[in-house]
Ligand binder design. Sequence first.
Ligand code: SAH
Length: 452
Amino acid sequence: MGEKFHKRIERATCADLSYEGKGVCRIEDGVVFVDFILPGEEGDIEIDYRRNGQLFGHVKKIAVPSPDRIFPECPVCYACGGCSFQWYRYEAELRYKQQKVKEQFRKLAGMDVDVLPTIGMEEPRYYRNKIQPLVGNDEEDHTYTGFYKEGTHHIVPVERCLIEDERASKILKVIRDLLDRFHIPAYDEHARFGVMRRILIKTSYHYPEIMVVLITAAERFPQKDRFVEALIKECPERTTIVQNINNSPSSVILGEWERVLFGSGIIRDSIGDLTFRISAKSFYQTNPQMVEILYAKAMEFAHLKPTDVVYDAYSGTGTIGLMAAKHVKNVVAVEIVKEAVEDAVRNAQDNRINNYSAHVGDASSFLKAMASRGEKVDVLFMDPPRKGSNPVFMDAVMKMKPSRIVYVSCDPSSLARDVKYLSKLYKVGRIQPIDMFPRTTHVETVAELCLK
Ligand code: SAH
């Protein structure tokens, strides 16, 4: 902020939605990215600030609403910033996501690709199996929980979130009441004073199991035992309670140190006929209904055969490779987080899968070493983090020449960039967006690549 601009209100029409879900409105001196306006709508927009030479604003009044505008059920949706589309018809959101993937291929890969229609949820609500709200106290010292307003450290209180698993919302309410009853203060990050920073709740979709992680600023937790006892009494599910200590001044969510206060310290969930262990720190896909569809598509695009040697790169707790294992000769996984690999090995044992090995390491170095040893691979799954993969990894892949690559991506721009690189040797097949994150701008994509 701070760049010079002329603060004013103007009438404008929204042409499109940007990558970040903001309305693209053209005015006399350029383009403004406007919050809360939808394509085709005309309205009064207030220009709020200029950043990197770009104007940003929000809508004041809508004069001509879009037929895709709906009345949002969430009372805090404009303030919270977690969702970008509570006021947008879901079908239109799904079309936006399909278009967004296509557009990234055009812009960043110079490729005109066909993108399949986004597969959405039947009921795009209550899906998140992991929530991690902040804790605060109001003027009367009542506890509230909520999320940072976009771009700030101001907590917007949220009583009931429409995209979270409802069981988590219920337990969160119980926890707020207990924090009040036991006079346990929220941690105030400005004053650096207080106890409770955040509450992390993970719910299992297929088992009646829940994990509550109480994230405190220090080890001190007054009335801890009575608090835990009271919380357990109120939870109908099998519950495990963990305390995590995070004394970092930054906004990282979990600290290093944790201890189990009640139960096993893990929950289980399943995908297809496999069961997975989930601990406080391990990554697990956040939409348990759509993950079934995501992985089913990944398997379909892979055309697995019993003789195949399969690599699962960026494997996390092993989910994709373990799903593939029963259809192929063997699976080799590589992942950089040691705890995730330990979980993957345990998950293989628990599901009696013997043709699977998982390695701790950087996927690029690992593949480069495999390629220089002349190792062969038939099918490669790759599921990198948001920033995508890199040339070292992809050069090694092109040396090993797997006949198929299935690229699972949570960011269409790094996907398009990487697919362009691989397109020297690979033909692009189906590109399937899947709505893992309804009501937000994020979209997951599975892409099929075949050796030319
Ligand atoms: N395939 C898994 C995890 C995908 S998330 C699933 O579907 O659940 C991406 C994973 O890549 C994370 O587990 C992250 O720890 C891992 N990762 C990030 N950088 C990496 C690197 N350089 N080498 C290997 N793995 C990496």
